[in-house]
Design a protein around this ligand. Structure first.
Ligand SMILES: [Zn+2]
Length: 617
């Protein structure tokens, strides 16, 4: 038999083994002993504190037949009768656990209600446990209500939720509610000591304190951290080892979050944030560390080589620098730093952390062409009501321009109208670049707002889908000379944009495609694409096979991707960055040379072009 994780192996089998939650255990024990059985129970509380465990013990209590087969409903199930053993082994036909997070629709609930119509197959009671019940859709809740109100006498419901406030009041009122509390660190520590003793794993005293504090009241997290620590320490727990493990998990997960943000990968962000939560990191500490990483990545981005090579995360931070544009780095930093203030406003610190991270993604404009390697660059701030839908440049009319001199709003409107008019008349307006003028009121932008760009600008000139070069029919892998390399780069760029437009690239495969340089190509089948890629992390795993699969599906030819280490040269991602820089320079020139902008700058002595506010369309 394989290794059974501690949380599973040491899941309490009866009420007396439950660590913590005495108030719930006592109430349920009394109710069972006195046969005062309610038909629906609601267990609330954060994850990993025993909701499912108590539900299973309750199901055993209701169905236990005792070692002699003649037992009754009991508060201390025997653990040996078929009912007890089958419920423990998760194969008892009359005990059904439904995770509402993945079965939230009305159809699943109808199925469940249909099953409710049949008497228990083997037991005294059917017990339906609906976990994360707040996730049920409203229709599903409503379908459930009637059964919940008047269930057949052989049916018991157990609902569990981490978020009772999202439950319908009509459901709440039909349930006997128990609030499970996060476990005190001492309770967790004692339990860990017991488990490690049973496992004969030596542990320094301090390790239990570290692990129990990191678990933040969740016994399940405490046990899975202990599993990790045992693996990390090669079978023993030292204080230094556990401390290093918790720190390493934390740092790695913070970096992972930022990398996922750089990719615009929401699922990756959530996954890494979950690792952070499990590592016991405080949300505030995590944001602090992310801010530090972003700062160092920005330094490395501005001055390559500035980070000391010996710092363990130097490579990761350098990669981070190339995953964000300088503006994106700044904005992400700003949201992360300001996000710390949000944490105190929410009872669930981790949920608040997730919101802060999703905010970064929300502000990555969604309007990039589908071919972009990730969401379009983040926008710098401009007051939403004062921008017109086109490219933005901000003319700041100056902090000291008094109201007597000029009504700022009027000036803004005048300027906007005038510049827009001039713009429309300008020959450049016909090109891809269209300006947007917004006039900022100095000091009017709160620091909080400053982190929130609007989304008015958008890329309009997406690369043409038919730009894909016809594939050559050469039967040998080309030994590329310079001209060939340019032709290969064109071919790869076109192929990647095609895959992106067809929605065939996601996550790390997308990174591999955009950051790879094509150095050789052979006609198929299978078509062979040899890419050079700098990031080691992108060369591993099944990424190249997934990319080959995308190529095969897009071009309809079996394809193979080979990877080699090295500087990739001309890549789609670099072409994209160069194109952005070109358009930025063009937009800046257009705005600067505009006669109306120039006259405005002359007219108001305090007016100036706001650096960095000029955005290409
Ligand atoms: Zn039993």
């Amino acid at each position: 038999m394989g290794y059974v994780v501690l949380a599973r192996k040491y899941r309490p089998r009866n009420f007396s083994q439950m660590a913590g939650q005495e108030h719930v255990v006592r109430a349920l024990t009394n109710a069972l002993d006195q046969r005062r059985l309610h038909h629906a129970y609601l267990f609330t509380g954060t994850r990993g504190i025993g909701k499912t465990t108590i539900s299973r013990i309750l199901a055993k209590s209701l169905n236990c037949t005792g070692v002699d087969g003649r037992g009754e409903v009991t508060s201390s199930p025997c653990g040996q009768c078929p009912a007890c053993r089958d419920i423990d082994a998760d194969r008892y036909v009359d005990y059904i656990e439904l995770d509402a997070a993945s079965n939230r629709s009305i159809d699943e609930i109808r199925d469940l209600i249909e099953r409710a119509a049949y008497k228990p197959a083997v037991g005294r009671y059917k017990v339906f446990m609906i976990d994360e019940a707040h996730q049920l859709t409203k229709d599903a809740f409503n379908a459930l209500l009637k059964t919940l109100e008047e269930p057949p006498e052989y049916l018991k419901f157990v609902l569990a939720t981490t978020d009772p406030e999202r439950m319908l009041p009509t459901v709440l009122s039909r349930c006997l509610q128990f609030n499970l509390r996060p476990m005190a660190p001492e309770v967790v520590r004692e339990h860990l000591a017991l488990v490690l003793d049973l496992e004969s794993i030596p542990a320094e005293t301090g390790t239990l304190r570290l692990l129990s504090e990191a678990a933040r009241g969740s016994m399940r997290d405490a046990l899975s951290l202990t599993d990790q620590a045992i693996a990390y320490g090669g079978g023993q727990l030292t204080e230094a080892g556990v401390s290093a493990m918790l720190g390493a998990t934390h740092t790695g997960a913070c970096l992972e979050v930022l990398q996922a943000l750089g990719r615009g990968d929401a699922a990756g962000v959530l996954q890494a944030a979950d690792v952070l939560r499990q590592s016991g990191a405080s949300a505030s500490g995590a944001l602090d560390d992310m801010a530090k990483m972003l700062q160092r990545a920005a330094v490395e981005q501005a001055v390559p080589g500035a980070l000391e090579d010996d710092s363990p995360d130097a490579a990761g931070l350098a990669a981070l620098g190339s995953a964000f544009t300088p503006e994106e780095l700044q904005l992400t930093y700003s949201i992360v730093v300001h996000g710390k203030a949000d944490l105190a406003l929410m009872t669930d610190e981790h949920a608040a952390l997730v919101m802060v991270l999703l905010r970064v993604l929300a502000f990555q404009a969604r309007t990039a062409p589908p071919a972009a390697p990730r969401s379009a660059p983040l926008r710098a701030p401009s007051p939403p009501s004062r921008s017109v839908p086109a490219t933005s440049a901000r003319v700041d009319v100056g902090a000291s321009a008094s109201a007597a001199e000029v009504s700022r709003a009027d000036a803004a409107d005048t300027v906007r109208a005038a510049v827009t008019q001039a713009w429309n008349a300008s020959p450049v307006a016909a090109s891809a670049v269209a300006p947007q003028i917004a006039v900022a009121e100095p000091e009017a932008v709160e620091p909080r707002q400053a982190a929130m760009p609007d989304k008015v600008a958008e890329f309009t000139d997406a690369p043409a889908a038919d730009a894909v070069a016809p594939l050559s029919t050469a039967k040998h892998v080309e030994q590329a000379n310079l001209a060939d390399l340019a032709e290969l780069a064109n071919r790869w760029d076109a192929a990647v944009r095609r895959l992106a437009e067809e929605g065939r690239l996601s996550g790390l495969v997308k990174e591999l495609a955009w950051q790879g340089g094509l150095v050789a190509w052979k006609a198929g089948p299978p078509t062979v694409w040899r890419l050079r890629i700098a990031h080691e992390s992108l060369r591993g795993g099944a990424l190249k096979d997934k990319l080959a699969e995308s190529l095969a599906q897009s071009f309809g030819v079996p394809s193979q991707v080979e990877l080699e280490a090295g500087e990739p040269g001309d890549t789609p991602s670099r072409r994209d960055a160069a194109e952005r820089a070109r358009r930025q320079a063009q937009a800046e020139a257009v705005i600067r040379e505009d006669p109306l902008v120039q006259s405005l700058l002359t007219q108001f002595s305090t007016a100036r072009l706001v650096q960095g506010s000029i955005k290409p369309a």
